[in-house]
Write a protein that binds this ligand. Structure first.
Ligand SMILES: [Zn+2]
Length: 170
């Protein structure tokens, strides 16, 4: 450890903390080195806990901010609730019927765009993109509107179905 003479500022390097007063070899001044206070384990534990809590609060704040931004960017979401097969007895054909809803996750009223139901084959290629009118023109904050559409593509070709809201580019 290092200690400095209070009077003449001479520096000394000590191997260990002295038990009694130290006398300066240069000026003869005597001083005592305060005993090193060991950090209490309980204080170390509380400090660690505080750091952990602060990190958790920060992580939550970041996640919350992320969700707020996500909702601002995508206030409306379309989701599929059920996919069923409807058979036409007369023609002997079968079609997929998709049930879902559009949800307004924001706290504002929003106009609802058209819906696009996309069918994929087993290899992940798009078989068809079918556009449908929205189930409602406007959605209140937190409201949702159900939709049901019958797809015109043959069911044999389809492995996966997804629904999206029509964007400006569509
Ligand atoms: Zn001295």
């Amino acid at each position: 450890m290092k200690t400095v003479c209070d009077f003449c500022k001479t520096e000394y390097s000590l191997d260990a903390a002295p038990t009694g007063p130290v006398k300066c070899a240069v000026c003869g001044h005597t001083w005592t080195i305060p005993r090193q206070t060991r950090r209490s384990p309980i204080l170390v534990f509380i400090a660690a806990l505080c750091a952990l809590l602060a990190a958790a609060v920060f992580a939550f704040a970041v996640m919350y901010q992320h969700r707020v931004t996500e909702i601002q960017n995508h206030p409306l979401v379309a989701q599929l609730d059920d996919i069923s097969i409807e058979s036409d007895e007369e023609n002997g054909t079968s079609q997929f019927v998709v049930d879902g809803r559009v949800v307004n996750r924001s706290s504002q009223i929003y106009g609802v765009p058209g819906l696009v139901v996309i069918s994929y084959d087993a290899a992940g290629n798009i078989v068809a993109r079918q556009r449908f009118l929205p189930p409602a023109t406007l959605l209140d904050a937190g409201a949702s509107a159900n939709f049901r559409h019958t797809l015109s593509v043959p069911i044999d070709n389809v492995d996966k179905i997804s629904v999206e809201l029509e964007t400006q580019g569509d």
